[in-house]
Design a protein. Structure first.
Lengths: 157, 627
């Protein structure tokens, strides 16, 4: 695993404390909580989760890599989600993804080297009236026209 | 308060309803996903602040008041449906709908409408055909022809308030169900003809009955809120906008089948649905509507939320159950029915959000009432998300059997910019594309399946002549390629190869004879795959091949994309006869590939053009053409 920033073990242990030891069915939940706390799933967290829930490390790794919501790599400060639902697709979302590639040099799942943005693609966020839509952090950017996204990101609207 | 008898519940509901009736003006601010993204919460806060500034007593909770009082009341509701013109503010009892409301308009609404009873003309919906402003919501074409059952409360009541749900008659159906035998409850659901709204269309009552018949010491009720079909957000709206109705449907189901524990599996992308459902569960526990001895009866039932991890396959019932158990969400073969061996191998009823949302109304009005709506094989109504290249994007509910044309052109208002209609896609990635000749089909389970598509969960994506059907099929295959869990070979490798072929077509690398190969492989995947995801994966290919074969042939034989979407084989040009020299395309072009002066013919430099289509999007004269 690539060397990332220092792992906040305290935060991870805090999350572990919210789930009873050996509660195998809490695995997905626990990993979600950890990711919420530290923004991704560091190797240490995966080992700690296996230990705490008393499940094989391989199973935790399988679950962590099966579900798309989990990231094993550190993610940027702002997570930018480009919706690739059908409506967004036919209204031009693929061009928005290309704009990231051209402008910031990142593709889906990648993070800029300054750790500012991570690009993720998601399948429909249920805001089809705003298509194509991009969610930057918590902010929804509606009707994103070709070639405009990076400017709008820096302005935040 | 904690209700220990159905009578206590009825008394409280009656008190709340009488308070509710006294409300002189009711301001309902839509806080569905679309409106919220456009700033509905800011609008709400601005309204409360403006009322405060005007010394108006604007209540935001249903509080008891004196007999002669005429309170003003404002609340945030779930999705009101008409996302296209949000944020929406609906004012009752006058039925005024304000559209595209911004926080700046709050003062005007408070002063003019709440204080003086005047309608603000410029906030009303404008009919694009006649140009007239329409004041009453019920007279807007989008809302006419709709019948709401699953969405009965969505957009009408406070989404987060148990009191508001009770005031509107909520949980009375549960109280009624407690007086019935489990078999009588199931009998009503069977009689109603309700079929699963998640896409399968299996008879709900029959499912409940087989669960009761299955052997097991414990039973489970699961609500499937893993709404993964892109372009479908009905369940999201119901969970966010009327969470108590979903819980009530599940509690009635638990009563009928004898379950003590329930789960709601919510999709990862719906954080607001999770928080609203959790708040509703907590409120129900405190009120004695969940937990031990519900309303003082023998019924013990509790519900837990399970959050999805962003895997489409988890919408499949057996995969979903594995995911709740904390495992990788891989489906299993269908010969083991989950009603008999489901979650933790115990008998389990799994229904979709919308299915559960229909249950309270069915118990209240009886099964017969539900059955007389809709068509012979598909009773009741269905919620749809009408999206894509349609004028009125939004959430709708229409009786089963409504012709597609009435949905797309009536409720939907036709195609954006009056472009020609090309197709409507239903059923999500497992569904298909229907063409113009299918526009008079009645929308129900059987008619859509017979036409080579399917009902699915309710996404309805409208496409115009600028949508490439090869690209659409490729899009769905790419989606399924990424979502295939990889357990069985026909799905994992088959979809990969299907996608590779379509990718080649889009790049102009298709060869004569490829279509026959494509069809054969598609049929093999249909037969060989393990679960519904794989079996239905070829549908987008087969349905577009059936209805739009000429487009495939154009890609393969002529190396051209007639819709001008597939970039590798498309060239953008400006039609000298149509170009008026308005410079809109020059401004829109992100790579400065277009040159020209005002009122002079523009030109595209092909070396700089990235074929993004921005110019065609903005051109009002149809002067940007593709070859």
């Amino acid at each position: 695993m690539a060397a990332g920033p220092a792992v906040d073990m305290k935060a991870i242990e805090g999350v572990l404390g919210n789930h009873p030891r050996g509660a195998t069915d809490a695995l997905v939940h626990l990993l979600q909580d950890i990711q919420e706390a530290v923004n991704y799933l560091p190797e240490e967290a995966i080992r700690a989760a296996a230990d705490h829930l008393e499940v094989p490390l391989g199973k935790v790794y399988a679950v962590a890599t099966f579900y798309k919501a989990f990231s094993l790599k550190p993610r940027g400060k702002t997570i930018v989600k480009v919706c690739l639902g059908t409506t967004c697709h036919i209204r031009g979302a693929p061009v928005v993804v290309e704009d990231f590639q051209h402008g910031l040099g990142i593709g889906p799942g990648e993070t800029t080297s300054d750790m500012k943005y991570t690009l993720e693609v998601v399948n429909c966020v249920g805001a089809c009236a705003l298509a194509p839509v991009v969610i930057a952090g918590e902010k929804y950017l509606a009707d994103v026209k070709p070639g405009t996204i990076l400017k709008r990101l820096s302005k935040g609207k | 308060m904690r209700f220990t008898t159905p009578t206590e519940l009825a008394d409280k509901s009656a008190t709340l309803a009488s308070t509710d009736r006294k409300i002189k003006k009711r301001v309902l601010v839509c806080s569905g996903t679309g409106c919220a993204a456009l700033g509905a919460f800011e609008v709400f806060d601005a309204l409360v602040e403006a009322a405060d500034g005007a010394k108006l007593d604007l209540q935001i909770e249903l509080a008891p008041c004196a007999d002669h009082a005429e309170p003003l009341y404002a609340t945030k509701t779930g999705c009101q449906g008409f996302c296209q013109v949000g944020p929406l503010v609906h004012i009752q009892p006058d039925d005024i709908l304000y559209t595209k409301v911004t926080p700046k308009k709050a003062r005007e609404i408070v002063e003019q409408t709440l204080q003086q009873g005047k309608v603000i003309d410029k906030l009303l919906y404008k009919n694009p055909e006649t140009g007239e402003r329409i004041a009453e919501r019920s007279k807007i074409p989008f809302y006419q022809n709709q019948t709401t059952i699953a969405l009965e409360g969505c957009g009408r009541v406070a989404a987060e308030s148990l009191d508001a749900y009770l005031a509107a008659g909520g949980f009375a159906p549960l109280a009624k169900a407690l007086t019935l035998t489990p078999e009588a409850i199931i009998g009503e659901v069977v009689e109603s003809g309700l079929r699963g709204r998640g896409g399968g269309g299996f008879a709900t009552g029959r499912k409940w009955r087989s669960c009761v018949a299955a052997e097991g010491d414990e039973r489970f009720v699961i609500c499937n809120g893993d709404e993964g079909d892109p372009g479908a957000f009905m369940d999201c709206c119901i969970m966010e906008g009327d969470p108590y109705r979903v819980l009530e449907g599940m509690i009635i189901c638990a009563l009928a089948v004898g379950a003590k524990r329930g789960f709601i599996y919510v999709r990862n992308e719906y954080p607001r649905a999770v928080s609203r459902l959790q708040a509703a569960i907590d409120a129900c526990r405190a009120a004695g509507l969940l937990g031990d001895n519900i309303l003082g009866s023998d019924l013990d039932f509790d519900i837990r939320i399970s959050r999805g991890g962003g895997a489409f396959v988890c919408g499949e019932s057996s995969a979903l159950m594995r995911s709740i158990e904390g495992n990788v969400g891989e489906p299993r073969a269908k010969y083991v029915r989950s009603v008999a061996k489901g979650l933790y191998d115990k008998p389990t009823v799994l229904n979709n959000v919308e299915t559960f949302a229909c249950v309270p109304a069915i118990i209240r009005e009886r099964g017969k009432w539900f059955r007389q709506l809709g068509t012979e094989g598909s009773a009741g109504t269905k919620a749809f998300c009408l999206v894509g290249k349609v004028v009125n994007t939004g959430l709708i509910e229409v009786p089963m059997g409504t012709p597609l044309r009435d949905v797309v052109f009536g409720v939907g208002g036709g195609i954006i910019n009056d472009r020609p209609f090309k197709a409507v896609q239903t059923g999500g990635p497992s569904g298909g594309c229907l063409s113009e000749e299918h526009l008079d089909l009645p929308v129900d389970f059987d008619a859509l399946t017979a036409a080579g598509s399917m009902m699915g969960s309710g996404g309805m994506i409208v496409m115009d002549d600028h949508t490439c059907m090869v690209d659409v099929a490729r899009y769905f295959l790419k989606f399924l390629l990424e979502e295939s869990c990889g357990k069985c070979v026909p799905c994992r490798e088959g979809i990969f190869q299907l996608h590779a072929m379509l990718d080649a077509f889009a790049k102009g690398e298709g060869k004569t004879g490829d279509l026959a190969k494509l069809e054969r492989l598609a049929e093999d995947v249909q037969v060989g795959a393990l679960c519904g995801l794989g079996k239905s994966a070829p549908n987008p290919v087969l349905s577009t091949l059936r209805n739009f074969r000429d487009e495939y042939e154009a890609h393969i034989e002529r190396k051209k994309c007639p819709a001008g979407v597939c970039q590798a084989i498309t060239t953008f040009l400006i039609d000298a006869e149509k170009c008026t020299g308005c410079m809109l395309c020059i401004k829109a072009c992100p790579t400065e590939a277009i040159t020209g002066q005002k009122k002079k013919l523009h030109a595209i430099n092909q070396e700089l053009c990235t074929k993004c289509g921005a110019c065609r999007l903005v051109c009002k004269d149809d002067a940007v053409v593709t070859t």
